[in-house]
Design a protein around this ligand. Structure first.
Ligand code: OKP
Ligand code: ZN
Length: 347
């Protein structure tokens, strides 16, 4: 599997996230990607390539300009507030909610940090923007390789992307890499693109970016938002809006779901993708569905990821894989590469 590797991922290294009333060490750590890279190399499933330069105009097709402006300069603003901030992550603690103004940009940095985010679990650090932007470059480059005739390519990057929405960060995500890939496929003339999100958590950002569009179909298997993050999106009755109606397909599943039930839902999602006649597939590949994941609730085992890859290959579409979640750090490499290996072995 051709892999486009983000060699700048470790520039993003959060220290702490807010969890149950205290600041705890981040779950989303550089070692996650190091394990995947190591496993790809160990199995000889290379090559690994660096991304080509990204045109920021592509980012502006999936994110709002005022969000991109803010996030690109946020670290410098944070340090300008107080030089001592240079050794601390920036975490939001105020958010505008129902009935409050989001059209007027506050002067206050903490107020804007909240306006452009949705949780206190996503630390913004000195290198967050550089790492996230290079991740988008990986997604774009993987897409170009698939457009050039590769059956599939894998963007190996962190921080992840699928929670990053039109104009806010959160869920460890700043730039929506899967949306970048889908948009790039559209720009190259693929008439309809399917994004399939197999991460444990609902891809609220990807859903929102394409919710009113019929040219990008979004399908997601995830922990039920009644009980699981991101809580406020991901229910089965969210089917798209306007022209996009019928092009959003959520399959929420209960905590404790095993591979047999998960695989049946995957078949339902893939049947939906076949029905809308997508010409290419983007897979938001999170492996936090693993039984040992510390923040998730499904029961997949390592071998199940081989079957997952085989099922995905049978969709028969040019496929861009984009790395998302997975926090059982030691097993993340094996589980991720199992999907890629399973995909590769099936015609
Ligand atoms: C990102 B991705 C655990 C609570 C949940 C946010 C989870 C973000 C998951 N501290 N915090 O979809 O894997
Ligand atoms: Zn996740």
């Amino acid at each position: 599997m051709l892999t486009i590797y983000n060699d700048q991922h470790a520039l993003h290294q959060g220290k702490v996230e807010m969890f149950r009333g205290e600041l705890v060490p981040c779950f989303e750590v550089p070692a996650r990607v190091d394990h995947v890279k190591h496993e790809l190399e160990r199995r000889g499933l290379g090559p690994l390539q660096s991304p080509d330069a990204l045109d920021d105009a592509l980012l502006a097709k999936v994110h709002a300009p005022r969000y991109l402006d803010f996030i690109a300069g946020a670290w410098d603003e944070w340090v300008a507030l107080d030089p001592a901030n240079a050794s601390r992550d920036a975490l939001p603690s105020y958010w505008p909610t129902r009935g409050m103004r989001t059209d007027v940009l506050p002067q206050s940095f903490p107020a804007r940090l909240g306006l452009f985010s949705f949780d206190a679990g996503t630390p913004l650090t000195a290198g967050s923007w550089a790492a996230a932007r290079q991740g988008a470059a990986c997604a774009w480059t993987a897409t170009q390789r698939v457009l050039g005739g590769q059956r599939s390519a894998f963007a190996l990057t962190r921080p992840p992307g699928h929670h990053a929405s039109v104009d806010f960060f959160g869920g460890y995500c700043f730039v929506n890499n899967a949306a970048v890939a889908a948009q790039a496929l559209r720009d190259a003339g693929v008439e309809r693109v399917a994004v399939l999100d197999v991460d444990y958590h609902h891809g609220n950002g990807t859903q929102a970016i394409f919710y009113d569009r019929s040219d990008v179909h979004f399908a997601s298997l995830h922990g039920d938002p009644f009980t699981d993050y991101p809580y406020y999106l991901g229910h089965a009755d969210e089917r798209g809006a306007g022209k996009g109606e019928g092009f959003n397909h959520n399959l929420p599943l209960p905590r404790g779901t095993d591979f047999t039930a998960w695989r049946a839902a995957l078949k339902t999602a893939l049947d939906g993708i076949a029905k809308v006649k997508a010409g290419a597939l983007v897979v938001s590949l999170g492996v936090d569905t693993f039984e040992g994941d510390p923040i998730s609730g499904f029961k997949l085992k390592s071998d199940d990821y081989l079957r997952m890859g085989e099922d995905l290959a049978r969709a028969g579409l040019p496929t861009v894989f984009v790395f998302e979640g997975g926090y059982a750090v030691a097993e993340v490499g094996v589980n991720t590469v199992n999907v890629l290996e399973g995909f590769g072995q099936t015609a």
